[in-house]
Design a protein around this ligand. Structure first.
Ligand SMILES: O=C(O)CCC(=O)C(=O)O
Ligand SMILES: [Fe+2]
Length: 373
């Protein structure tokens, strides 16, 4: 039975994933396979290849597919946001990872807050695996995106591989099928050694929606590849790029208002990035992470993905002294996010840290945050 859009959205939010069959026609499949082979041959050998780094005009159809209504348009509708833009586009050539959530406490809010934000505001980032060959490697624990680890889950480690967890299931994709998922779901991928894997792996971020929790001060869209795709799609990519750019400007405005202790400007700027009245603290926490990273990487040449072009642009609007002062504005909030000593919870993308994996600040709301400046 074919679900309509609201039903698909409900299934996605309830289960944490949604399988969509037959997203690619047989003719296209042949062509996308050839294109993905060409992209992979051009790149150094790796388990996943960044499509935009290696695409050529002759292989661009597979990239352009990621901007069409079946992928981009459909995801934007499910995000329930006026706009959306890709946040990363890869071809997965192999699989093998133990159970984990794509959550890292050092630059994201605690899981309880992220989950409440999904319940109240809907997801603001969604991820796809779209199979060009049959792919039954990915496994998920349905519903785990909206709860903490169970006692059984807390006993295992990602390094233990695909342990049989209660309620887990295989995502069985035939060539041309896709799975859309909320990536804080517990997921794992079995070893694909014996099979050819060519699975499109990508994420889309919503813009102009109710919330904002998945902002990474490190990720955007590169535009270096635009001369290798058609003008029509290049124009679309420029629009994606300007969404990211506008978001960066909005974030800069919020941070500047915090630095200036300008509560009126803060309220107006915050409203633009997170219009919903629900879960505003989640966004305040994500901004604290941005402020931390900006202070850390200002003027630094350190070669890490965090210190990329987006970080350079973000930090360019503030002097080092300002970033020092800005970080001070977040001091009280940051202290509320930490335990007195290192804590650890498995299946997150983090080792031991003082930052809480689950708990949001207690009895500390947006007014308290503003007061704390
Ligand atoms: O190989 C897969 O399908 C899973 C990849 C994954 O877990 C990830 O990119 O976070
Ligand atoms: Fe993952």
């Amino acid at each position: 039975m074919q679900l309509n859009l609201p039903e698909q959205r409900e299934a996605l939010i309830q289960d944490g994933f949604l399988i969509v069959r037959g997203m690619i026609s047989p003719d296209e499949l042949e062509s996308f396979r050839a294109s993905s082979d060409a992209i992979i041959e051009a790149a150094p050998r790796a388990g996943r290849i960044v499509i935009t780094d290696w695409v050529q005009q002759s292989s661009a159809d597979v990239l352009e597919y990621l901007f069409d209504e079946r992928t981009f348009g459909f995801t934007r509708d499910l995000l329930d946001a006026p706009d959306a833009a890709p946040l990363g586009m890869w071809i997965l050539c192999s699989a093998n990872t133990g159970w984990h959530r794509d959550i890292h406490p050092f630059d994201m809010a605690p899981l309880d807050g992220l989950q409440e934000d999904i319940r109240m505001n809907g997801p603001c980032y969604l991820q796809w695996n779209i199979a060009l060959y049959d792919d039954a490697f990915l496994h998920v624990v349905p519903g785990s995106h909206l709860r903490r680890n169970s006692r059984e889950e807390s006993k295992i480690e990602r390094s233990m591989g695909l342990v049989a967890l209660p309620g887990y299931m295989k995502v069985d994709l035939k060539a041309g099928d896709g799975v859309l998922y909320i990536n804080n779901i517990l997921h794992a991928a079995s070893d694909s050694e014996s099979a050819k894997r060519r699975t499109l792996h990508l994420g889309y971020s919503g813009f102009g929606g109710r919330g904002f929790a998945h902002f990474y001060p490190t990720m955007s869209m590169c535009t270096d590849f635009l001369d290798r795709i058609s003008t029509e799609f290049a124009e679309l990519c420029h629009q994606f790029d300007s969404l990211h750019e506008r978001r960066r400007e909005d974030v800069t405005r919020v941070l500047r208002a915090i630095l200036d202790r300008d509560t009126t400007a803060f309220a107006a700027a915050f409203e633009r990035i997170h219009p919903s009245q629900h879960c505003r603290m989640v966004t305040a926490i994500v901004l604290s992470k941005a402020a931390y990273l900006m202070r850390k990487y200002k003027g630094s040449d350190e070669k890490t993905y965090m210190n990329g072009p987006v970080m350079k642009k973000l930090t360019a609007s503030f002097s080092a002294d300002e970033l020092e002062e800005l970080w001070g504005r977040f001091a009280v909030l940051d202290s509320k996010l930490q335990a007195d000593e290192d804590i650890y919870e498995p299946l997150f993308q983090s080792g031991p840290t003082r930052y809480f994996f689950y708990e949001m600040p207690e009895s500390f709301g947006m007014d308290d945050f503003v007061q704390s400046w």
